[in-house]
Design a protein around this ligand. Structure first.
Ligand code: KG4
Ligand code: ZN
Length: 345
């Protein structure tokens, strides 16, 4: 892999060749993370500071508080990543090839913290800076410790997004379909809240669902064209169902909700695979940690597909996926004047 990158404030291109060590920062939501990845696939250091404890009491992420917590944590995670890199690979800060950070989509006040830290490191060590799209990064989590190469189909399911993406090459991606209302993770968190589970409800709902009967209640699948999704109707149906009981059969409600979501996702993913004729499929994003979604997507292996899913720690927000993306994807934001962004337009 041969790529040209520019140092900040410099017109002199730097050729990224030979072994490439990228340090990345991730601070788009409620995790402050720093990682160092070799050649896009080998994790040398991976540090994540979670803010879940802080936001738990509010039942969701408060952007202003999150940004301040990132400020407190950012230097700690950078120091720890450098320490791990020294211990694991005898790597010094001067050995880093380029510095990277998530630019968006995410909470702007939060993104600014990681972005400015990475730019400062790039200036200090006189190395290129590479800005990364958070959604691309989630997909790139699948390159870590694997030999995955495009083309493949990706199902991206996170707190903010639900997309089926045709990944034609490392740089060329087309969104074939996405949610027209709630993202899967958002639906999980809202339903979880409705049945009284603390934030973030997704993983807790998943646990309860595994003990319930997935066919206890028939819930409606969102009827939308093509590869698009809709989950807000399902959420309302769960609300109605929950209200109809004096004592809610929580495990069965969770299992039925999970069954409806996962079978909808699988159905659309499968028809996208068939249409494009791909034999490889990946799942990505925080909700890719979900037990039933994983199980259903992995069942495609029985039909001859090769399935990739990152291990849990690289499904939810982390910086290793950002470093991998900075290495593989050339659609990056390398300008010193790059602005953070909250949404993709
Ligand atoms: O990708 P991510 O870490 O952050 C975003 O970029 O959104 O995803 C977080 C989302 C949350 O909504 C969380 O509830 C959900 O992923 N999540 C899960 C599971 N683990 C995390 N949802 C369902 N089942 C899980 N096991
Ligand atoms: Zn994410």
């Amino acid at each position: 892999m041969k790529k040209l990158k520019y140092k900040l404030f410099s017109k002199e291109p730097v050729e990224l060749s030979g072994d490439c060590y990228i340090m990345a920062l991730e601070s788009s939501c409620d995790e402050t993370a720093c990682a160092i990845v070799k050649n896009g696939r080998e994790v040398i250091a991976n540090v994540v500071a979670s803010q879940i404890k802080t936001h738990e009491k509010f039942g969701g992420v408060i952007p202003e508080i999150a940004a301040r917590e990132h400020l407190d944590a950012v230097n700690v995670v950078i120091d720890e990543a450098f320490r791990e890199a020294k211990e694991n690979a005898n790597l010094n800060p001067e050995d880093i090839t380029a510095f990277s950070a998530t630019v968006g989509p995410g909470l702007v006040g939060c993104l600014l913290v990681g972005l400015n830290a990475a730019k400062t490191l790039a200036l200090t060590y006189d190395k290129p800076f590479i800005g990364v799209n958070h959604l691309n990064a989630h997909i790139c989590a699948n390159y870590i410790d694997t030999d995955l190469k495009p083309p493949f189909m990706a199902l991206l399911v996170s707190g903010g997004h639900t997309q089926i993406i045709d990944v034609k090459s490392y740089d060329e991606q087309t969104i074939l379909g996405e949610t027209i209302d709630d993202a899967v993770g958002e639906a999980y968190d809202k339903v979880a809240r409705l049945i009284g589970l603390p934030y973030p409800g997704g993983p807790k709902l998943d646990k309860l669902a595994q003990e319930g009967n997935p066919f206890a209640f028939k819930l409606p699948e969102g009827k939308v064209d093509g590869y698009n999704f809709s989950f807000s109707g399902l959420k309302t149906a769960v609300l109605r169902l929950v209200k109809s009981f004096d004592e809610v059969p929580v495990k069965d409600v969770c299992a039925s909700f999970q069954e409806t979501v996962s079978s909808t996702l699988l159905k659309k993913l499968k028809s996208a695979l068939e249409e494009k004729g791909y034999k490889q499929v990946v799942i990505a994003g925080g909700v890719a940690a979900n037990s039933e979604i994983r199980k259903k997507v992995f069942s495609l292996e029985n039909e001859g597909y090769k399935v990739f899913a990152p291990p849990m720690k690289y499904c939810t927000d982390n910086a290793s996926m950002v470093a991998s993306c900075a290495y593989f994807n050339t659609n990056t934001f390398d300008d010193v004047n790059v602005e953070v962004f909250s949404r993709v337009h």
